[in-house]
Design a protein around this ligand. Structure first.
Ligand code: G3P
Length: 233
């Protein structure tokens, strides 16, 4: 049975769209469309904005009512746990992002047992995803664009994780990350990823189609030409 069909039987929810950005103006703009389900950030994205992490995460939480990933920068488990506990207090929607390392796994185990939501990031293999799920991650983030960058098929990594999680009934959500263009989003939908997180530019491209624009232009110009059609308006 094909992967998408199994997904339909097990889980009727739609794919969720997250924005992968800390740019508050972009978040406001796309939130107004009403279909942004969450936000992912990372230290690179925060450093691009040059803002205080806690302040920015709280600003985002005022705009988006969904999971907001905030990444730890400690590399030892004690430090990650300490940072993760602090972040979780910033807002109820904070999801603590932890890198997929052995120290990270220890931190995931401790924080998830405390009820703190966890997104395990920098996932590049199926065993890494399985280990993160076993430790209690709510989300795993395979970086498909970065796999493509090294001449492999990033989407196969996402598909394999979806398959394996379904084999074992694992509830951890597969969050397709490092998305670079609309085709990545389509591929992620086809293999049944739960979530796609994407830069604002990709989100913008998803809504546009030249035939939609041409079609609308023609409808409106035909309407303008027909004065009798508008008598009552
Ligand atoms: O949030 C992490 C991920 O989406 C990064 O993407 O384009 O830097 O590989 P990228």
């Amino acid at each position: 049975m094909c992967r998408a069909r199994i997904k339909l039987i097990l889980d009727l929810s739609l794919m969720q769209f997250f924005l992968d950005t800390a740019d508050i103006d972009a978040i406001k703009k796309y939130a107004s469309w009403g279909i942004v389900d969450g936000i992912t950030t990372n230290p690179t994205l925060i450093s691009k904005e040059g803002v205080d992490l806690k302040t920015r995460i709280q600003e985002i939480a005022e705009i988006i009512d969904g999971p907001i990933s905030s990444e730890v920068v400690a590399t030892d488990s004690d430090g990650m746990v300490e940072q993760g506990r602090k972040m979780a207090k910033w807002h109820k929607n904070v999801t603590v992002k932890i890198p997929m390392t052995s120290e990270g796994l220890k931190a995931v185990k401790i924080l998830s047992a405390e009820g703190i939501k966890i997104n395990v990031t920098l996932v590049f293999s199926v065993p890494q995803a399985m280990m993160a799920a076993k430790a209690g991650a709510d989300f795993v983030s395979p970086f498909l664009g970065r796999v493509d960058d090294i001449s492999s098929e990033g989407i196969e990594l996402v598909a394999d994780i979806v398959d394996v999680f379904q084999n074992y009934g694992i509830q951890t959500k597969v969050l397709a990350a490092s998305i670079r263009h609309p085709l990545h989003v389509v591929q992620a939908m086809k293999v049944g990823a739960d979530i796609a997180t994407m830069p604002p530019a990709v989100f913008d491209k998803l809504v546009s189609h030249p035939l939609t624009d041409q079609g609308l232009e023609k409808f409106l110009s035909d309407w303008e030409k027909c004065k009798s059609c508008q008598k009552e308006q």
